[in-house]
Ligand binder design. Structure first.
Ligand code: OOB
Length: 543
């Protein structure tokens, strides 16, 4: 079992087993069982290529044999950076079967993030596509090889060039099964983060499979369900709420889209008779516009899930008239807790709230700054613990002491209140993060990059309101010299540091000092207010 992962106290773990939350299933046993039940049924398609449950089970066995021969063992970490395609599933199930842990990188990550994941997790292997969305990942791998990762084996889905070809690793399956326990950590998921470096979230087979089961109950998933994955599947939302893994658990069919534009998604909905999909608010807004002018038949769609960032009530009320389907708001976090509006909730709840916890064993508290529970209806920070919410991040003891209470509650950093019906309304955030249309940016991470510039004295990155994305990032900068570096130079500088494009600030503001709090810290609240006022009457919002 991977060390340095704080887990539930043994007594509580026993309780979760007794009450049937954790049922001893692993992802390997789950897939085998589904293959027995649904053998020749299509499990996954991208509209052209199809793979059945039996094939997915067999191919992941074959790949597990190939991975093992390559030296991948139980508890090894493997950074997986694959887009929405069949290989993602073959790879992660092969790793699950060995008991090795996928570390889920996003396709948008670049060498700055990937190097950190490889180093921090002491990854054994790095798995990439040849290219995706116009970007050649072999170039990234080559750079890593030049920078201290000389011996890191790189496996490529597609044309491998000098690297190891994934397709060559489908070997004769081993007869003997690998020993994997449902208590083991199954994978490391990325946290949105609010500190300099992203935190890694250890999820066990038991807890994650429980979250799939509960999601499936709430979202009424069954063998007839057809789930369209438009968001990158490494994100917790499309992975498990109920997402692609929930769909497999229900015996449904996954339809993979490599992008989220209406021109990619709508034909797939029509062709594959998709019943449920999950998007972030900006995509929902684009689709609502597009549906008016496109003639695709989207009548199969029963549920549109929207989550990852606050969906305004004004937009939420338009989903049903636009698509003729039910809107489901989803307020979740990779650390665990997922809240859903229920499919049969009154319209008022669906439009105005972010739902309620999916499990009766989720414990939530809304507290003030002294950790005292607030009166019902008042805004406070949401704390939570339960059978699928982690008790600590991987290898970050000091941070865990701040991010979790002594009795095991995760401090979400979300400011919420309960409405009269007991549903949660997200009101804001008390964490140093920008939620750019569902993609989370840790302000400190970007500030550290900016501070590496020799002509920058100080930097403070804050959220600014945006009609379309909800928020964008604005970097306040104190320069050594007036006039340089310019916003264009700064963007180039950050690009050269090879960070994911969504993290590059949308706007730069140059100042000679920062407003301070009474305690002498930079007042990000004042900076947020300042930029919000400044933008209010401006025609052009970006520089
Ligand atoms: C999902 O997971 P993460 O880990 O990328 O981000 C979690 C954070 C939450 O703490 C909250 O700040 C924000 O994203 N968030 C929302 C929201 N859903 C997530 N804020 C307002 N309204 C919502 N509906 O984003 C995630 C994981 C599983 C399911 C859905 C979303």
């Amino acid at each position: 079992m991977l060390s340095d992962c704080p887990l539930w106290p043994e007594e509580l773990a026993e309780h979760y087993r007794e009450i049937g939350c954790w049922r001893g299933e692993t992802f390997g046993s789950m897939l085998r069982q589904k293959a027995e039940l649904y053998g020749n049924k299509t499990a996954i398609t991208n509209g052209k290529r199809k793979i059945t449950y039996a094939e997915l089970d067999m191919q992941s066995n074959q790949l597990a044999a190939g991975f093992s021969k390559l030296g991948i063992q139980k508890d090894n970490r493997v950074v997986v950076q694959l887009p929405n395609d069949v290989e993602f599933f073959q790879v992660i199930f092969a790793l699950f079967k060995i008991g090795a842990l996928p570390v889920f990188a996003l396709p948008s990550h670049r060498s700055s993030e990937v190097e950190y994941f490889c180093e921090f997790t002491e990854a054994q292997v790095y798995i990439i596509p040849d290219s995706f969305d116009g970007y050649d990942y072999r170039k990234l791998a080559r750079k890593m090889k030049d920078r201290g990762f000389k011996n890191l084996p790189v496996i490529v889905a597609g044309d491998p060039e000098e690297f190891i070809s994934l397709s060559q690793l489908f070997h004769e399956p081993f007869e003997k099964e690998f020993e994997v326990s449902s208590h083991d950590i199954a994978f490391l998921q990325l946290s949105g983060g609010s500190t300099g470096k992203p935190k890694l979230i250890p999820r066990t087979h038991d807890d994650y499979i429980y979250s799939l089961k509960k999601s499936n109950e709430v979202c009424l998933m069954n063998e007839e369900s057809v789930y369209l994955a438009v968001l990158p599947v490494a994100h917790n939302f499309p992975l498990s709420s109920p997402g692609v893994l929930g769909t497999l658990y229900a015996g449904g069919r996954i339809v993979l889209s490599s992008g989220s534009s209406p021109d990619e998604a709508f034909p797939l909905i029509e062709q594959e008779r998709v019943t449920i999909t999950a998007v972030v608010p900006p995509i929902a807004m684009i689709w609502m516009q597009a549906v008016k002018s496109r003639n695709w038949d989207l009548s199969s769609l029963k549920v549109m899930q929207v989550g990852g960032a606050k969906f305004s009530s004004e937009s939420a009320k338009n989903v049903k008239p636009a698509f003729g389907c039910v809107l489901q708001q989803v307020f979740g976090m990779a650390e665990g807790l997922v809240n859903y509006t229920r499919l049969d909730d009154p319209e008022d709840v669906i439009v105005h709230t972010q739902g309620r916890p999916m499990s009766p064993y989720d414990e939530i508290k809304i507290v003030d700054e002294e950790d005292q529970e607030v009166e019902r209806g008042e805004v406070g920070e949401l704390l939570t613990r339960g059978p699928y919410t982690i008790r600590g991040y991987y290898k970050t003891k000091a941070h865990n002491a701040k991010a979790f209470t002594s009795d095991g509650y995760y401090r979400t950093g979300d400011l919420v209140k309960l409405d009269h019906s007991g549903n949660i309304i997200v009101e804001g955030r008390d964490k140093d993060q920008i939620n750019r249309g569902g993609e989370k940016i840790a302000a400190e991470e970007i500030e550290n990059h900016l501070l590496a510039h020799p002509e920058i004295l100080d930097a403070a990155v804050v959220a600014m309101p945006d009609e379309y994305l909800g928020e964008r990032a604005c970097a306040y900068i104190i320069r050594l010299d007036k006039g340089k570096p310019s916003p264009v130079e700064l963007r180039e500088f950050l690009n050269k540091r090879e960070i994911a494009a969504y993290k590059i600030p949308d706007r730069f503001e140059f100042v000679s000092e920062f407003p301070k709090t009474a305690l002498g810290k930079v007042s990000k609240k004042s900076l947020r207010e300042k930029i919000a006022i400044q933008l209010k009457n401006k025609k052009y919002k970006f520089l």
